[in-house]
Design a protein around this ligand. Structure first.
Ligand SMILES: [Zn+2]
Length: 413
C-alpha cells in the first residue's frame, strides 16, 4: 500500500485509547504508561525490515538501511506531559512510521539512503523539569552532573527512575554515536499556538527555534503600614514591578515575532494591610534573532531601573536560564517550502519561528542540517486534553511531510 495518512490518524487514536484517560494523554517519560506506549510502537515496527534499538540515553531508533550509509533522520517523541494532548510528539512519530512503510515498499526494502526513525526520550521534561533530555544526550549537550540528582514530586531521583527503565545516566555520552552518518533531520509537529488557524493556513515551514532569556527580577522598596503611610511617602515595589509588566508589551511589540512574558509575581509581606516592600517577578523573552533578543533584554533592564527610580525603589536581576536562537538549515527550509506548496497548491508557504523548544533544536546544534514543519492547532491549545487538529489537516501534514522526506532523500543522493 502507498502512503496512507488515514492510518496515521487511526494509529494516533489507538495510542490515545491505550495510554490516555478522561484527563488526556498520560505518557510521561520514565513511567509505566510511557513504556507501554513504546512497547506498542515496537509492535508496529515488527513487520518492517528495520534494525531497532534504544541508545544510551533511552532514545528509540528504527533504522531502514539504504544503498548509502548517509542517513535521513525523522524524529518525534512519544512522551507527553501529564493530562496532555493526543498529538504533541506522537503525530511526528506515527507520521515517520507511515513514511518508513511507504519508502520500504517503494524501494523494496533498500532506499537510496538510510532512513532512521527516532523517538526521543523525555522531550517534555514533565517529571524532572529537564526538557529535551534524550536529544541533548544525542547532541552532546547533556548536563548529567546537574540533572542526575533532580527529584520528582514524590522524591524519586532522576538517575534512579532512568535506571528502572534500563538507562544509566553515566553512559549518556555514548548516545552521541548515533550522530554517525546523520546527514539531515526532519520533524513534523503541531504548532501549539493560534497563528496558523488565524491565518487560515494548514501548514508552515519552521524557520528555527527562538532564543530565550529568562530572568528573576526583584524590586526592593519599604514595607509600611497601609493606613499610616501617605501616598507620597511610599516606596512601593509592586508599583515599580507593575509598570514593568506593562512596559514589556511595548518592548516586544517593536518586533513582529518577539514575545515577552512576566509569568510570576510574588509580593512580600503579601498582606492586605502593608505596602509591598519586596516584589519578586520573572521575565521570559524570546525571539529568533539574537540581536533582537539582546535589545529586548537591555530595554527591559533599563525600563526596570527607570521605574525603580520613579518609585524610590531599587532593582536587581539574576539570570535563570538562557538559550541562543537556533536557525534551521537554508537548503532544508527550501525543501520544506516546496513540499508544502506542492501538497497544498498554495503559491507561497508560510514561514514562522517556533516559540516552544523542540528536539530539532538540539539536532541542529549538533551541526546536522535540520528543518521542521508545523501543522495548524485548533484554538492554539496544547499540553492539554483539548489539544486538537482537524483530521483533514493531519492527513495533509502526513502527505506534505512525506513529500519533504522524498525531497531530502533526493538531496542526499
Ligand atoms: Zn512536542
Amino acid at each position: 500500500m502507498p502512503l496512507d495518512p488515514k492510518r496515521t490518524t487511526a494509529e494516533l487514536k489507538e495510542l490515545r485509547a491505550l495510554t490516555g484517560d478522561a484527563n488526556g494523554a498520560q505518557r510521561v517519560a520514565w513511567t509505566d504508561t510511557w513504556l507501554k506506549a513504546r512497547e506498542w510502537f515496537a509492535g508496529k515496527l515488527a513487520g518492517l525490515p528495520v534494525e531497532h534499538h534504544y541508545d544510551a540515553a533511552g532514545n528509540n531508533w528504527a533504522t531502514l538501511p539504504g544503498a548509502s550509509e548517509k542517513a535521513l533522520l525523522i524524529g518525534g517523541h512519544l512522551d507527553s506531559v501529564p493530562n496532555g494532548g493526543w498529538l504533541d510528539g506522537a503525530l511526528n512519530v506515527l507520521a515517520a512510521l507511515e513514511i518508513i512503510r511507504r519508502i520500504n515498499e517503494e524501494f523494496h526494502g533498500r532506499p537510496p539512503v538510510t532512513i532512521r526513525l527516532v523517538d526521543w526520550a523525555d522531550e517534555e521534561g514533565a517529571r524532572f523539569g529537564r526538557s529535551l533530555l534524550g536529544s541533548s544526550a544525542f547532541a552532546g549537550t547533556a548536563t548529567v552532573a546537574a540533572d542526575r540528582l533532580r527529584t520528582d514530586r514524590d522524591g524519586v531521583r532522576m538517575d534512579e527512575a532512568l535506571r528502572r527503565c534500563g538507562v544509566e545516566m553515566d553512559r549518556f555520552p555514548e548516545a552521541t554515536r548515533e550522530q554517525k552518518n546523520a546527514a539531515a533531520y526532519i520533524e513534523l509537529h503541531i504548532e501549539q499556538g493560534p497563528v496558523l488557524e488565524r491565518m487560515n493556513v494548514p501548514l508552515a515551514v519552521v524557520l528555527g527555534t527562538k532564543g530565550v532569556e529568562r530572568h528573576a527580577i526583584t524590586f526592593h522598596g519599604q514595607e509600611a503600614h497601609s493606613g499610616s503611610t501617605p501616598m507620597n511617602a511610599r516606596r512601593d515595589s509592586l508599583a515599580a514591578c507593575a509598570k514593568l509588566a506593562l512596559e514589556i508589551r511595548a518592548i516586544a511589540g517593536k518586533h513582529p515575532d518577539a514575545v515577552c512574558t512576566m509569568g510570576s509575581v510574588k509580593t512580600f509581606p503579601g498582606i492586605v494591610t502593608a505596602v509591598v516592600g519586596r516584589c519578586e517577578a520573572t521575565l521570559d523573552q524570546r525571539d529568533l534573532d539574537a540581536q533582537v533578543l539582546a535589545t529586548m533584554f537591555r530595554e527591559a533592564r533599563e525600563a526596570s531601573e527607570r521605574f525603580a527610580r520613579e518609585e524610590r525603589c531599587t532593582v536587581e536581576w539574576s539570570r535563570i536560564w538562557q538559550i541562543e536562537p537556533i536557525a534551521f538549515d537554508a537548503k532544508m527550509l527550501d525543501l520544506c517550502d516546496e513540499a508544502i506548496r506542492e501538497v497544498t497548491g498554495a503559491a507561497k508557504a508560510h514561514r514562522m519561528p517556533s516559540g516552544p523548544l523542540h528536539d530539532a533544536a538540539e539536532v541542529s546544534r549538533a551541526g546536522i542540517p535540520t528543518v521542521m514543519m508545523f501543522v495548524q492547532s485548533l484554538g492554539g491549545i496544547s499540553h492539554n486534553k483539548i489539544e486538537d487538529t482537524r483530521e483533514e489537516h493531519l492527513e495533509l501534514a502526513v502527505r506534505a511531510f512525506d513529500r519533504l522526506a522524498s525531497k531530502a532523500i533526493a538531496h542526499l543522493t
